[in-house]
Design a protein around this ligand. Structure first.
Ligand SMILES: [Cu+2]
Length: 93
């Protein structure tokens, strides 16, 4: 009995923000690279409630853009940070 109560409490204590901030890996195709920004054509991003589109992300680590060129297929994790969209961990597929 006690155990069940504790379980229920743990679930309630999980901040809703954890779900909102949750991001899932996505794949895309490089359309443009400019400074620390990369324009990617991506498929639907459920975590961000976004349909497939071509859009510009800021690279979390601009070094990850080194060696990428237009047309490359990449994996990345999209993240919404303070109103701007950041691509984390971009790597060639
Ligand atoms: Cu988008």
């Amino acid at each position: 009995m006690d155990g069940m109560n504790h379980q229920a409490m743990n679930h309630q204590a999980m901040p809703a923000m954890d779900h909102a901030a949750m991001s899932e890996p996505a794949s895309g195709e490089v359309r443009k690279i400019e400074g620390n920004k990369v324009t990617l054509k991506h498929g639907p991003l459920k975590a961000l409630g976004m349909p497939g589109m071509t859009m510009t992300f800021e690279a979390a680590d601009p070094a990850e853009l080194t060696g990428l060129k237009v047309g490359d297929k990449v994996h990345f994790t999209p993240r919404s940070e303070g109103g701007k969209l950041v691509a984390v961990g971009i790597s060639k597929s």
